[in-house]
Design a protein. Structure first.
Length: 685
């Protein structure tokens, strides 16, 4: 043991060490030195303190996502406001919601719920509760489960963020048979909450706002089509709620499938949604699997609708507390587990040993699923709530779906047999592909069997490679001479291809042109599609700039959408934009896309008395290879239009393709009749 008696003085205080044994303090001992320029520029005055809603305006992307031209930030503002009204409906306090989109740039959401509290706030006695809700981050009723058992707004930042990012915002509250109003600008109150007067026949909250052009520099105009679909989807998610839609007709010029007024009310909820999304598509089972279930104890609920597609790719659209979770999450995980276990249990009951090899991917690959859950205090990945991460949601959904699916399979043995055989075939096909890949890895050189008319590029990698699908052999000949052989491949097509939306699987299998196209792409069709096997990074549809060319392009897009939707979703499909006219004056030539562009060039580019020669191309085959390269194929000069599908428009896209390209001529005739006035305007021009 160490002797410690010499370390303490008589009074118990420590003795100081001799001065010569002390180690100098390097910080105190160092001589003062002048601050460097960097240190001098970074002092206490450099530390900014953002108060109130300032952080939202400084970093809006943290709260609403991107505010750029391709971002969802603008429409996220509307989502935050309507979600608050939906929370009132889900809690049983509101029976209707009104959405009104005005030509003045404002959008208004009104509900007949309880209305925001209007009395002074206990912590801020000089402010009303309305002002606190609108101007304070993390203020709201969603933190107390006694106020909202389940809700979409969880962080208390939703409507205050909308206020911060709005040039003007007005909130009206009808509560206690009295009406109150307060106005804000860029998050700042423009006065106190005013008592407007009695409102004996009104209750609820109305929020009307206009996004701030200082934040959304690329435009503050809402897309009527997108807002309409977002509004309608909310009505699907909570069966029985009535949502009234109004839009100024001035905003609907040239916008299809969006009425000026409509009332949404869907008594069957997600089942109505899924039937609309899969209308006209062949199904494995005639019946859909649709049900709603409450969790025991009232701590959550789930509703789902599932259809099994016979020929098309599947999809999953999921929601938590009416919030779309486009990146999925734990509730989707629970659904996958339940479906796999139920099918395997059924296979065991009927003695189908082949089903032992099926996986969730074999089931989900062709399943169209709508899933909506309501849970208390859910956790999301990020403020925009794109992914649910609540662990408990997985078990809740699994328990809710498993038993009903067991009964559904047992009560419909013929339907269950069809589904099980279909899924087993998918599993066997997956195993065959895996075996083929294993063989391919062992083969030193793999010879590809490619269609004879394909002029392939020398680049073997998909990255940077392009396949031009060209209308006709003549245009194909010009394109082959105009291309860059290193990375541009050419596949000529003979006339108009098969309309796959109106043809069955047998006709598709017998169509040589489409089989050649599938062979050239190398990625498989339908449920056999594999993005990793796609041989080209860009697939470019290059047709004549006329009506026939547009028809061929439409047929090709229909083929890709029905047989390879993931090719479109992953950004591989493009349309070339060849010119329709060449304008020449002396030694100078320019190209025009269409008649309007031609007239614009004649007025702005060509001046003087010298005659301008205008030549109209009859087709790509009439263009010299050098002209085709310069205008349409050279990456430095060409224009390519990417074919895309927005997530929340998927159901409408499928319905539109079926309506316009399917085997029901009366649907196309109705479409033409609806737009007869628009066609007349074109004729009058």
């Amino acid at each position: 043991m160490t002797d410690t008696t010499d370390l303490f003085a008589a009074g118990g205080a420590p003795k100081a060490k001799p001065a010569e044994t002390r180690k100098p303090d390097p910080i105190r001992a160092a001589a003062p030195r002048p601050a460097t320029p960097d240190e001098a520029n970074y002092g206490a005055s450099s530390i900014e303190v953002l108060e109130g809603l300032e952080p939202v305006r400084v970093r809006p992307g943290m709260y609403v996502g991107s505010t750029g031209p391709e971002g969802d930030g603008l429409h996220h503002l509307f989502a935050e406001v309507i979600d608050n009204s939906m929370d009132e409906a889900v809690a049983g306090h509101a029976t209707f919601i009104e959405v009104e989109l005005g030509a003045d740039g404002f959008i208004a959401v009104t509900d007949n719920g309880r209305g925001m509290p209007v009395e002074p706030h206990p912590k801020f006695p000089d402010k009303s509760a309305v002002e606190v809700i609108m101007t304070k981050l993390h203020a709201g009723g969603k933190f107390d489960s006694k106020v909202y058992e389940t809700s979409g707004g969880l962080h208390g930042v939703g409507v205050s963020v909308v206020n911060a990012l709005s040039e003007h915002l007005e909130v009206e509250v009808a509560r206690g048979r009295e009406l109150y109003r307060q106005r804000f600008s860029r998050g700042l109150p423009q006065g106190k909450l005013d008592h407007v007067g009695p409102a004996p026949n009104r209750r609820g909250t109305k929020v009307r706002f206009k996004p701030d052009a200082l934040i959304f520099k690329h435009g503050t105009a809402f897309d009527p089509k997108r807002v309409f679909k977002m509004t309608r989807s909310k009505a699907y998610l909570f069966r029985g709620i009535e949502i009234r839609w109004k839009c100024d007709p001035a905003l609907l010029a040239g916008v299809s499938d969006v009425p000026a007024e409509e009332v949404f009310k869907f008594p069957r909820g997600l089942e109505d949604y899924l039937r609309a999304a899969t209308e006209g598509l062949p199904l494995v089972t005639e019946q859909m699997f649709c049900k709603a279930a409450d969790r025991p104890g009232g701590h959550g609920s789930a509703e789902w609708a599932i259809a099994f597609l016979a020929e098309d790719e599947g999809f999953v659209s999921s929601y938590c507390n009416t919030i779309p979770t486009k990146d999925g999450g734990t509730h989707e995980q629970g659904l996958r587990i339940a479906m796999l276990r139920a099918l395997k249990d059924h296979a065991e009951r009927v003695g189908n040993k082949r089903a032992a090899q099926i996986t969730t991917e074999d089931i989900m690959a062709t399943s169209a699923v709508m899933l909506s859950v309501f849970v208390r205090e859910p956790e999301f990945a990020g403020q925009t709530k794109d992914k649910l991460v609540t662990i408990e949601a997985s078990r809740m959904v699994e328990q809710a779906i498993k038993d009903p699916l067991d009964h559904w399979l047992a009560d419909s043995p013929s339907q269950a047999a069809k589904l099980l055989d279909f899924v087993v075939e998918r599993a066997e096909e997956r195993l065959r592909r895996r075996a083929e890949k294993d063989i391919a890895r062992k083969t030193a050189t793999r010879k590809l069997r490619l269609p004879g008319k394909l002029a392939d590029c020398t680049n073997n990698a998909a990255q940077g490679s392009e396949l031009f699908i060209v209308e006709g052999d003549s245009a194909g000949g010009s394109a082959k001479q105009a291309r860059d052989r290193a990375n541009q491949a050419i596949l000529p097509l003979r006339g108009k291809i098969l309309n796959v939306a109106a043809a069955g699987r047998d006709k598709l299998a017998q169509n040589q042109q489409l089989q050649d196209l599938g062979q050239a792409l190398g990625c498989g069709m339908g449920s056999h599609y594999r993005d990793d096997d796609l041989r080209y990074e860009k697939i470019v549809i290059m047709t004549d700039a006329d009506v026939d060319g547009a028809h061929i392009a439409s047929l090709l897009i229909t083929f890709f959408w029905r047989q390879m939707p993931r090719l479109i979703e992953r950004g591989h499909l493009y349309l070339a934009a060849p010119p329709l006219y060449r304008l020449t004056q002396g030694t100078r030539s320019v190209y025009a896309r269409d008649e309007a562009h031609r007239d614009e060039l004649l007025a702005s580019v060509f001046k003087g008395s010298q005659k301008v020669e205008v030549n109209r191309f009859k087709g790509l085959g009439e263009m010299m290879p050098a002209q085709l390269k310069e205008t349409t194929m050279d990456p430095k000069k060409r224009t390519l239009l990417q074919v895309t599908v927005v997530d929340d428009e998927r159901a409408d896209t499928s319905g539109s393709v079926e309506r316009l390209m399917g085997n029901k001529p009366e649907a196309r005739f109705a479409f033409i009749q609806e737009r007869a006035a628009f066609a007349g305007e074109l004729v009058d021009i």
